[in-house]
Design a protein around this ligand. Structure first.
Ligand SMILES: NC(=O)c1ccc[n+]([C@@H]2O[C@H](COP(=O)([O-])OP(=O)(O)OC[C@H]3O[C@@H](n4cnc5c(N)ncnc54)[C@H](O)[C@@H]3O)[C@@H](O)[C@H]2O)c1
Length: 399
């Protein structure tokens, strides 16, 4: 029976562990966070994914999957730990990947397959992971197989995407790719494309950079339209009537765990050829300041305006607040001395009971994140909401 140890059981590792357990593999989910290990062993999903919780409730999954604080011997080691941006150096912080690999080195055996799912700069497998693995005395490529298989799932829709998305299998040699393909084909219904580790890493970074650059373009168009007094939504709608144009929607900035971070990993390996990429990064990073100044303008005639900001998540319909531009905007306003209360119906720490109570006596309601729930509340109660406010000023962006 093939045994798979998944190191790091967060948004990426836990769904993979569950899918592999459902496919019949014996799976050990390893995490340094004891609460996560406990939750796995109690059959409780610590991420908000309904279908995955249903899978975790299945008897065969409970039987095949256990949580542990440390790795053990296995046939396959899969690494899905964070790779954040080192904020000062603007390079990938590989410390979690390195300590994850070091943690299973004592258990490595001839014939093992190592899969890196974490997002990493190209060349990381060759320059960092291989020398680390070879400290075991085993040779990578012959004794041990190694693959980089980046993940593309979208939090909130993980079950659908982990099964149906196409995947890249980046082996350091063909034998490694074939071995990893066998593992993924147990649950992936999308196509599995075999490539090498460097190409796989670059593709993953290109995907998120493509999004970042195109969002920056839409954001820049929005700023130009604002100066011209043009309705950007209408302009984009009309421009997209061109058969080969597809401009994205502008926004208040780019957040989350991937898009604002991954472009830096390209710069890290080739700073000379990332002018456009870095300009896009800067445009998107400056959006919160631009939006904050639009809000300042809206409230400038009010004395000591009391502002309610709605939406703390990094984008609509998620509870994830990592790198959230909405929170940056609120902080910028607060630094200026504005009184701003922040609420989000999807984020526990910013939740509210009644929007009507929240806006009572306030001067300005700024909708930063258009969650479906917020839009519904506004549509069904707009007049009542306005009637509760001291000044019925509601600010929304790019609608
Ligand atoms: N979240 C996403 O939507 C997404 C999508 C695609 C790719 N990725 C990439 O996948 C990787 C993992 O991201 P995530 O969102 O799952 O992160 P996460 O923070 O949700 O989960 C990572 C887990 O790893 C654990 N961990 C850290 N160091 C460890 C170690 N040495 N040993 C054992 N456990 C350890 C943490 O406690 C945490 O539970 C990152 O490289 C990320 O960029 C994430």
């Amino acid at each position: 029976m093939t045994k798979i140890v998944v190191i790091g059981t967060g948004y990426v590792g836990l769904p993979a562990a569950i899918m592999l357990a459902r496919s019949g593999y014996t799976v050990v989910g390893v995490d340094i966070d004891k609460k996560i290990v406990e939750a796995i062993n109690n059959g409780v999903l610590h991420i908000d994914e309904k279908e995955l919780q249903e899978l975790l409730n299945l008897q065969e999954v409970r039987k095949n999957l256990i949580g542990m604080a440390t790795p053990s011997q296995a046939d396959v080691f899969m690494v899905a730990v964070p790779t954040p941006l080192d904020d000062r150096k603007k390079i990938c912080d590989l410390s979690h990947v390195i300590s994850a690999v070091e943690s299973f080195l004592p258990y490595l055996e001839k014939g093992n397959l190592v899969i890196i799912e974490s997002t990493i700069p190209p060349l990381t497998c060759r320059e960092i992971i291989i020398p680390l693995l070879e400290k075991s005395g085993l040779e990578v490529g012959t004794d041990i197989l190694l693959c980089h298989c980046p993940e593309r799932i979208l939090p909130g829709n993980v079950f659908e995407e982990i099964v149906h998305n196409d995947r890249l299998i980046g082996g350091i040699n063909r034998k490694s790719s074939l071995a990893a393909r066998e593992i993924y084909s147990s649950f992936v219904q999308g196509d599995l494309y075999l490539t090498d580790d460097v190409t796989a890493a670059l593709c993953k970074l290109m995907e998120n950079t493509y999004r970042d650059v195109n969002i920056a373009l839409a954001n820049e168009f929005a700023l130009v339209a604002e100066g011209l007094g043009v309705d950007i939504k209408e302009a984009i709608f009309l421009a997209n009537k061109h058969p080969r144009v597809n401009i994205l929607n502008p926004g208040i900035g780019v957040g989350g765990h991937c898009i604002p971070i991954d472009p830096w990993f390209i710069k890290e390996v080739d700073p000379k050829h990332t002018n456009l990429i870095m300009t896009a990064r800067r445009i998107n990073d400056e959006m919160p300041e631009k939006i904050a100044s639009q809000i300042r303008k809206k409230v400038r005639d009010l004395v000591k305006p009391q502002i309610v900001a709605l939406g703390a998540a990094y984008k609509p319909d998620t509870y994830d607040i990592r790198e959230s531009p909405a929170i940056k905007i609120v902080n910028l306003l607060r630094e200026d001395g504005y009184q701003v209360e922040l609420y989000d119906p999807l984020v526990k720490e910013y939740a509210y009971d009644s929007l009507l109570d929240v806006v009572e006596g306030k001067d300005c309601l700024v909708v930063l994140v258009e969650h479906k729930k917020i839009v519904e509340e506004l549509e069904s109660n707009l007049e009542l909401i306005k009637s509760r406010m001291r000044n019925p000023l509601i600010v929304r962006f790019y609608l």
